[in-house]
Design a protein around this ligand. Structure first.
Ligand code: GLU
Length: 494
């Protein structure tokens, strides 16, 4: 049997974390079994569905690399199919017309409530052998109802939650097409899962209540179609915020693309989502290839998973360290650009070597000098980063003049340190520009003035980087370049 799974989002908002995890699990299950993963957009709620939301879902899946083998199929484009199946069911007696007006149904509900009964359709238009149906009223367009079995149970072995059984007596005859002929939600899902040959329905457990109705409809279709197999169901528990409450905007980013904007690598988000409610022994860090090999539905926890930002940050730090440098440089470059910074060649006559990107438009190639190579800069900085925006921020001073706070200046660039700084500046003008030679030069000055290394390194950091923390200062200086280093020091010596 070829495995066929699907992700079936309703495009009423962005792709949120829960949806992305559902998509990831369905995708991985298909990949693991050499099956097919199908994307289906459930856009029949025309009031709430928007093209922007469709795009947001496609963007989110694209960013995460959740590629689908078939689709996207749009339910709104499948109306003809639904209508055909409706007609088939009317013809074979598994569905029937109901001419109850809204007023009649309201009155029915009212009287049931007054008697302390659970409101339900009383089956007045349900055809039965030997039963005489009411006379069809004039001017009322009928709805179509599914003829749900009235006895027995509907049961399934949920691949996450175990066996679930519902008495058919609990379910009434669901409206599957409205009076205007449009099919309803559960019916479209059933027709699609049936026509698309879905073998495993993996979805959020907010749909558990729909499943018995859907299975009954599928069984009704199967009774007339020997090819049809009822899919297996796996209902994933929901994701809670760190505080144990239902995940919502209050918890910060819930949209997947927001994580991209907030400085997360997709590898970290994927790895994090994969571990959210599923485990493989003690494995915490794994790539998607491993995940697809390992993934099974047996190791999904039925209880709710709790979102843990610290763990996501920890994974992000790991993947930033491991990232391909070219790709990382491209990402950080894009994050620097909105600040007007471009880690590219810029004109020498611009004063400070590294200037706002817009200044160097139209400059002549012969006047270009090189800004520090972003890849080399990132190689030095990524060890300490757990976020891409933070990393971009950390390295920005290589490409623009940093603004030190007056507190840092006062604290570190003291009058007492100036003679040593002056001396260092002189030394730096005629050494070979390597981290090692720079380190020796600083050491020599420190020794000459009887200082501890940080006494000179801290003011240097503030002058060069704008803050008092940086990786090893000699490496920073080596990357910043001799001209720029001296220019920045001189600005303070004047
Ligand atoms: N469209 C539904 C949703 O976005 C999912 C339906 C399903 O997976 O069966 O919640």
């Amino acid at each position: 049997m070829v495995i066929r799974t699907r992700f079936a989002p309703s495009p009423t908002g962005f792709l949120h974390i829960g949806g992305a995890r559902t998509a990831l699990f369905s995708w991985a299950y298909a990949k693991k079994h050499g099956g097919k993963f199908i994307l289906r957009i459930e856009d029949t709620d025309v009031e709430r569905s928007t093209p922007a939301a469709v795009q947001a879902i496609l963007d989110g899946m694209h960013w995460l690399g959740l590629d689908y083998d078939e689709g996207p199929f749009y339910q709104m484009q499948r109306m003809e199919t639904y209508k055909q199946v409706l007609q088939t069911m009317l013809d074979n007696g598994t569905a029937y017309h109901c001419y109850c007006s809204k007023e009649e149904l309201d009155a029915l509900r009212e009287s049931q409530m007054q008697q302390g009964l659970k409101p339900r359709y009383d089956g007045r238009w349900r055809p039965e052998t030997g039963k005489t149906l009411p006379t069809i009223p004039n001017g009322i367009a009928p709805t179509v109802r599914f003829k749900n079995p009235q006895t027995g149970v509907v049961a399934w072995d949920d691949l996450v939650k175990g066996r679930i059984e519902i008495a058919n007596a609990e379910l009434d005859d669901l409206i599957i097409a409205r009076a205007d002929g449009t099919p309803t939600y559960n019916f479209c899902v059933v027709v699609d899962d049936f026509e698309m040959g879905i073998t495993q329905v993996i979805r959020g457990d907010d749909h558990v209540n729909n499943t018995p109705r859907q299975i009954n409809m599928l069984m009704a279709l199967a009774a007339h179609d020997s090819n049809l197999k009822i899919p297996q169901y796996a209902h994933l528990s929901m994701i809670l915020g760190g505080d144990g409450q239902k995940l919502s905007k209050r918890h910060g980013a819930v949209s997947v693309m927001q994580y991209h904007e907030d400085g997360y690598l997709k590898e970290a988000v994927l790895n994090y989502l994969a571990r959210l409610g599923w485990s493989h022994g003690d494995a915490e860090i794994f790539n998607m290839q491993q995940f697809c090999e390992w993934f099974d539905l047996d190791h999904i926890t039925p209880s709710a998973a709790q979102f843990n930002t610290e763990k996501l940050n920890w994974l992000n730090a790991h993947y930033i360290k491991e990232a391909n440098l070219d790709a990382l440089a491209e990402d950080i470059s894009a994050r620097l650009q909105p600040q007007g910074l471009s880690p590219q060649n810029i004109p020498a006559e611009a004063g400070y070597s590294y200037v706002k990107a817009n200044i160097h438009k139209g400059s002549m190639a012969s006047n270009l000098i090189s800004a520090p190579d972003l890849k080399a800069v990132l190689n030095l900085y990524r060890e300490r980063a757990n976020n891409l925006n933070q990393l971009a921020n950390d390295v920005a001073y290589f490409y623009t003049l940093p603004q030190a706070s007056s507190a840092d200046v006062e604290k570190h660039i003291t009058p007492e340190i100036m003679p040593a700084m002056q001396k260092l500046q002189q030394q730096l003008t005629h050494i070979e520009w390597t981290a090692e030679a720079i380190h020796q030069a600083i050491n020599a000055v420190v020794a000459e003035f009887g200082l501890k290394f940080p006494k000179l390194a801290m003011p240097l950091r503030v002058m060069l980087t704008g803050i008092a923390q940086s990786p090893s200062i000699d490496q920073v200086m080596a990357l910043l370049g001799q001209n720029e280093t001296l220019t920045r020091i001189n600005a303070y010596l004047k």
